[in-house]
Design a protein around this ligand. Sequence first.
Ligand SMILES: Nc1nc2c(ncn2[C@@H]2O[C@H](COP(=O)(O)OP(=O)(O)OP(=O)(O)O)[C@@H](O)[C@H]2O)c(=O)[nH]1
Ligand SMILES: [Zn+2]
Length: 195
Amino acid sequence: MAYKNLEEYNLKVTEDVKARYKSIIEDLGEDTEREGLVKTPERAAKAMQFLTQGYDQDPIAILKGAMFKESYNEMVIVKDIELYSLCEHHILPFFGKVHIAYIPNGYIVGLSKLPRIVDVYARRLQVQERLTEQILDCINDTLKPQGVAVVIEASHMCMMMRGVQKQNSITTTSGFRGQFEKIETRNEFLKLIGK
Ligand SMILES: Nc1nc2c(ncn2[C@@H]2O[C@H](COP(=O)(O)OP(=O)(O)OP(=O)(O)O)[C@@H](O)[C@H]2O)c(=O)[nH]1
Ligand SMILES: [Zn+2]
């Protein structure tokens, strides 16, 4: 699955969003005719389509595309996956790291597919809790492993640049299914990701 190239932006959506951005920028008191801003409505329209492209992508198909029969049945962990998403309340970024673990049940999955499904769900208007659950459920329902765990640590720009203006707070969310509901398995995972 390739990520969106500039040529692939939906032209009608780009034109509509561009026109709206132009009037928003003007409402905010700027001059959209000045040199630096002439192309900004179009750039912003494309940037927002890039950042919300997850709506058009199928995370189940991504996982199913690289499932391999294997007898390995120990924990597999992919940690420190970079995350960039948009909070659905303010349309401002939240960003951080995702840690994923699963214990296979006859099938392993191509490792790169885990960060790919993170991106599919992150490139939407989100809240961190739902993002955590969607990643968890997608892996659980598709790969049907013995267990799956997801931890997300993120900073929210809406809490940093505006509002409460706290620069150092980190929000942690987590979800555990199957074997990870057992405390010793969960603790092994948390230890391995350095928590
Ligand atoms: N639970 C959760 N809340 C989030 C997330 N992203 C942003 N928020 C919060 O969404 C809430 C929206 O609250 P409102 O009171 O409607 O909005 P607001 O007046 O802009 O709130 P302040 O940010 O406190 O100024 C804020 O408390 C945000 O911190 C998220 O991923 N999960
Ligand atoms: Zn927000």
